[in-house]
Design a protein around this ligand. Structure first.
Ligand code: SF4
Length: 467
């Protein structure tokens, strides 16, 4: 479509990285193919000078009305402030991406509880939750009114948030990504940023989040009394997971759609496709077929990155061995870039509702190491090879016993040498996650309040507000 207008999508990023941004870049591709808007994606790290960025945006838009989408903010206050400034200066600012709806709306009942997260509606013109193509009618029409279609959230009278249910995902929009549309701020200019690792979407959401379950989660250790207290919750997926809440489980894409995405990946200097992460929490059952089909279609792959759960890794050993044998023939590397171990203590795994156990985690570790001996050139899994496995610590349930269990597993299995990341990630409670429900229930029952850090709820002692 001929482009007569301009739009930019700003997304959070990390300095020194070269990964692509599937969601924003796919959205920009849809916008360029279906609307009169040229659309670039600007990856912004915390260190980028926001004054220079605003100047670069002003140069990019020129006389065009600025329309700026924001995605993958990751709670970054610098980007939220930037959105607010741009909105005040007359730009249309759109909050999109994961948790756009819950972050725009704010935390449950925040008007009655002033310490809760009030949402981001004042920083954005509106929000869009769900498939990117929902924005197409709004961008195609002369924009005299606010958007009213599926997926939009707007601020109505007296600050009331009006929202429309999102459309279901349409696979027809999920096959093309213009990977060359990523830009970074470099010496005050927007400069094309080549992508060295891309993503290929095979699954939307996570099967672990496919059906609700009733579980009990322990109180934080610091608040336990003599009799152990728990909170009952109805949840989907892991209790800390925002993917589970944001997307649930929408199933797996048709394999032809996956191969179409692979076919569209850029090539590196050696003529092979750049490395890509296969987005699928349970990728092993279909992996041999995808590799075989890619080979038959002369798609010269270089590396496939997998992110998955420990239990599905163990269950998929047969298919993984098959995939590695194919990879050997095709001279491809399979990097197990992240396994969500999360903990090596069963009580903590239970409270995280991981649906996995320490025993399974250790079976997975043994399998990862064994495969390295069998497929040394095709298989990579260790932190030295670029993997960053999930390990959540500290948590609200840490005790001497949990520390002893984790320490024992670390020593016996030498986990620090190849498995555990150099730095663990503390438990982060997003206000809309299941643990958000849990901590609000603890607050109500115990008449305490925990500090909010933007969209994140503090659970540690220092976050407890005085009555
Ligand atoms: S953390 Fe991983 S396994 Fe758990 S619900 Fe989220 S995506 Fe699924």
């Amino acid at each position: 479509m001929k482009h007569t207008k301009k739009m930019a999508i700003i997304a959070g990023y990390f300095a020194g990285e070269t990964y692509g941004l599937l969601g924003p870049q796919m959205a920009a591709t849809i916008i360029e193919e279906h609307t009169p808007y040229e659309c670039i994606v600007i990856a912004v790290d915390r260190g980028d000078d926001k004054t220079l960025l605003k100047k670069a945006l002003s140069d990019y838009f020129g006389a065009h009305e600025p329309t700026v989408g924001f995605s993958t903010l990751g709670g970054r206050q610098d980007l939220i402030d930037l959105a607010k400034e741009l909105k005040q200066e007359g730009a249309v600012t759109i909050l999109a991406g994961p948790q756009a709806d819950t972050d725009f709306r704010g935390e449950k009942e925040w008007r009655s509880y002033p310490h809760r997260f009030p949402g981001l509606s004042s920083s954005f013109s509106f929000a869009l939750h769900g498939p990117a193509e929902q924005i197409v009618p709004f961008l195609k029409e002369p924009r005299t009114t606010l958007p009213a279609g599926p997926g939009f959230l707007l601020t109505g009278k007296k600050g009331v948030i009006l929202s429309n249910a999102k459309k279901p995902w349409d696979e027809g929009f999920l096959t093309r990504v213009r990977w060359g549309n990523l830009f970074r701020l470099d010496q005050g200019m927007l400069t094309n940023h080549p992508v060295a690792t891309a993503q290929v979407l095979q699954q939307i959401g996570c099967p672990h989040a496919s059906r609700p379950r009733q579980i009990e989660i322990d109180y934080p250790v610091s608040m336990q009394k003599v009799k152990k207290q728990r909170v009952q919750l109805l949840l989907r997926g892991c209790s800390f997971c925002d993917v589970a809440i944001d997307k649930g489980f929408h199933g797996v894409l048709d394999r032809e759609k996956v191969l179409a995405q692979i076919s569209g990946l850029p090539e590196a200097e050696d003529g092979r496709k750049i490395a890509f992460e296969l987005i699928n929490e349970n990728p092993l059952p279909g992996l041999p077929h995808i590799l075989t089909q890619a080979g038959e279609r002369d798609l010269r792959l270089s590396q496939v990155n997998l992110t998955m759960r420990a239990d599905w890794l163990v269950q998929g050993e047969k298919q993984l061995r098959e995939a590695l044998a194919i990879a050997r023939k095709m001279r491809i590397r399979i990097l197990l870039s992240s396994v969500g171990f999360e903990s090596f203590d069963d009580e903590i795994l239970k409270n995280l509702h991981k649906g996995s156990t320490v025993e399974t985690n250790l079976l997975a570790v043994r399998l990862m190491r064994r495969l390295k001996e069998l497929f040394p050139f095709q298989w990579a899994y260790s932190k030295a090879e670029g993997a960053v496995h999930g390990f959540i610590h500290p948590t609200p349930w840490d005790t001497k016993e949990t520390a002893a269990h984790i320490g024992k597993a670390m020593d016996m299995y030498r986990l620090a040498s190849d498995i555990l990341p150099n730095r663990s990630v503390p438990l982060i409670i997003h206000h809309a996650s299941s643990l958000g429900e849990w901590i609000r229930e603890v607050e109500t029952r115990e008449k305490v309040r925990f500090e909010r850090y933007g969209s994140v709820i503090g659970w540690w002692e220092e976050a407890r507000l005085s009555p």
